[in-house]
Design a binder for this molecule. Structure first.
Ligand code: SF4
Ligand code: SF4
Length: 105
């Protein structure tokens, strides 16, 4: 369907999560994260939700399907469900990450 959030480009453009996704998005507890990038390498490109942001590794919740593929590769178990996320809580500058030439996906 045109104009909905079922593909990544459209999600990025609209800053919207796919409403069909049942699982909550995940977030990274930055206090425990050791910035190893293992999760980033395992996030499927059709979701492409994890980014390097300065010294941090972050998940843009609107791009995260909750597929959990990043969970088993995290050596410090610092990735957690974020059922109460709100679009307003996502820093605006995070949205520049998938649009940059350094988009890892
Ligand atoms: S749960 Fe899936 S989509 Fe979300 S950040 Fe992890 S690997 Fe990516
Ligand atoms: S796998 Fe875990 S420790 Fe490594 S960057 Fe991702 S969240 Fe941080």
């Amino acid at each position: 369907m045109a104009g909905d959030a079922t593909n990544r480009d459209e999600r990025i453009k609209r800053r919207e999560r796919n409403p069909k996704w049942q699982n909550p998005p995940l977030y990274i507890d930055m206090l425990d994260c050791i910035n190893c990038d293992a999760c980033l390498r395992h996030c499927p490109p059709n979701f492409g939700a994890i980014f390097n942001h300065g010294a941090d590794v972050v998940i843009i919740p609107a791009l995260c399907s909750g597929c959990d593929k990043c969970l088993p590769v995290c050596p410090v178990d610092c990735i957690h469900p974020h059922p109460d996320w709100s679009a307003a809580d996502v820093p605006t500058d995070w949205w520049a990450l998938p649009l940059s030439e350094h988009d890892p996906y």
